[in-house]
Design a protein around this ligand. Structure first.
Ligand SMILES: *[C@@H]1O[C@H](CO)[C@@H](O)[C@H](O)[C@H]1NC(C)=O
Ligand SMILES: *[C@@H]1O[C@H](CO)[C@@H](O)[C@H](O)[C@H]1NC(C)=O
Ligand SMILES: *[C@@H]1O[C@H](CO)[C@@H](O)[C@H](O)[C@H]1NC(C)=O
Length: 375
């Protein structure tokens, strides 16, 4: 019944003074560098609707969201790893006649950064035909680590909102996805995410049409916590050339952060497999000697019996993006990095943006599963 007939992502790359931003919004992530990401394909009665996203300095995708009536537009980071939606970290929240204070305070702590403020109900415009009434949103009054963006639109599981309100600490906050369905604006809580790779700062507007109806490989959301709080899945193995990086079925998450993170013991195998590669402590990125690049191998993940491969290019940061990732020119960095803890903790990898630039991802709340297709 579900259709994924088309997805359009308008990709605009912009230069940003916040280019060194590596803040994570991923609650519970032990590492930084989880700037967020892009999408949204939502199936409406009249067919799939896409909300365009903008690539900001290569490492995060934002979408323009209108709040209020008349709406003020905010650049919100699209985050599959959190579920509160809020504004106010850049452009201040402009209250209009549709803004209803809930009497609740809100406070969310992310892997890096936090915001706290007041919760409102308000009208939220995602696209001309996607106008949500009475969406609960936060007005960030104090915050850290949101340079260059106005907040987040959280498209993770609703349970991630538990405990973020006070005094009503036991209340979940219906997410944008929940309200799109309950208000009849979309039929299914199915979100498609496609990251169009940003190739240069001068890349202004590439339009992509994708057709995947029958090509999706689905994997259930994992039962292993803490990955199960998020869009968590099990990969059954991962290899790099002849090296076994992930030897056994392991839970981790699919996330809109930029990098691909592996538990430290998994990452150690990958690092060892690339002669001369080392972890650069300044950036947290892997630094790869130019002489090793020609012998690099694909990094393969087996998910639901299918192999999803990150080719060599997908593992490398284009050198003209070095400063945007916090690095220095003249070096070759990679996107695969370490999680900061060993495996066995129930969240042993994060498959991020650089993977999803190769694979279209579908986050299916209704069937509690994640799907992937070749792009
Ligand atoms: C927000 O939560 C954090 C962590 O739970 C806490 O340290 C901080 O005091 C809270 N801030 C506000 C304004 O409630
Ligand atoms: C939004 O919620 C408020 C307060 O609960 C209610 O008074 C109002 O009628 C609601 N508006 C719509 C359009 O549902
Ligand atoms: C998923 O991985 C965890 C380890 O992270 C393991 O305990 C669990 O059995 C795996 N689940 C499946 C279905 O393979």
């Amino acid at each position: 019944m579900r259709s994924f007939a088309a997805l359009f992502v308008v990709l605009l790359t912009t230069s940003s003074s916040a280019s060194s931003r590596t803040g994570t919004y991923l609650k519970g992530s032990p590492d930084a560098d989880r700037a967020r990401a892009a999408f949204l394909k939502l199936r409406t009665a009249s067919g799939p609707t896409t909300v365009p996203a903008t690539n900001l300095a290569y490492v995060q995708y934002t979408t323009s969201v209108g709040i209020g009536n008349p709406p003020t537009y905010y650049n919100l980071v699209v985050d599959t790893g959190s579920s509160n939606t809020f504004c106010g970290t850049g452009t201040p929240y402009v209250r209009t006649s549709t803004s209803i204070p809930t009497g609740e305070a809100v406070n969310v702590t992310y892997g890096t950064g936090y915001f706290s403020g007041l919760e409102y109900l308000d009208q939220v415009t995602l696209a001309a035909n996607l106008v949500i009434t009475n969406q609960s949103i936060g007005d960030a009054l104090s915050y850290a680590d949101f340079q260059g963006v106005d907040g987040i639109v959280g498209v993770g599981p609703v349970d991630l909102t538990l405990g973020t309100l006070s005094p009503d600490t036991n209340a979940a906050i219906p997410t944008v996805m929940n309200n799109l369905v309950s208000q009849g604006l979309i039929e299914n809580q199915v979100l498609g995410v496609y990251f169009a790779p940003a190739t240069s700062y001068s890349d202004t507007s590439s339009l992509h049409r994708l057709q995947y109806e029958s090509e999706l490989t689905y994997v259930p959301v994992t039962m292993t916590y803490p990955a199960a709080y998020y869009w968590g899945i099990n990969v059954t193995s991962s290899t790099y050339g002849t090296y076994t990086v992930i030897p056994t079925s392991t839970a981790g998450i699919v996330d809109t952060g930029p990098r691909v993170l592996l538990a430290d013991d998994f990452f150690a195998v990958y690092l060892k497999a690339i002669p001369g590669a080392k972890l650069d402590s300044n950036t947290g990125l892997i630094e790869i000697p130019p002489s090793s690049i020609s012998s690099m191998q694909p990094l393969d993940f087996t998910i639901a019996d299918q192999v999803f491969s990150m080719d060599v290019a997908a593992q490398l940061i284009p050198t003209d993006q070095n400063t945007a990732w916090g690095g220095v020119s003249g070096k070759q960095y990679g996107v695969v990095a370490n999680l900061g803890s060993n495996s066995g903790e129930g969240l042993d990898f994060i498959i991020g943006q650089k993977f999803m630039e190769r694979y279209y991802a579908v986050f299916d709340t209704d069937a509690n599963r994640v799907g992937f297709a070749q792009t």
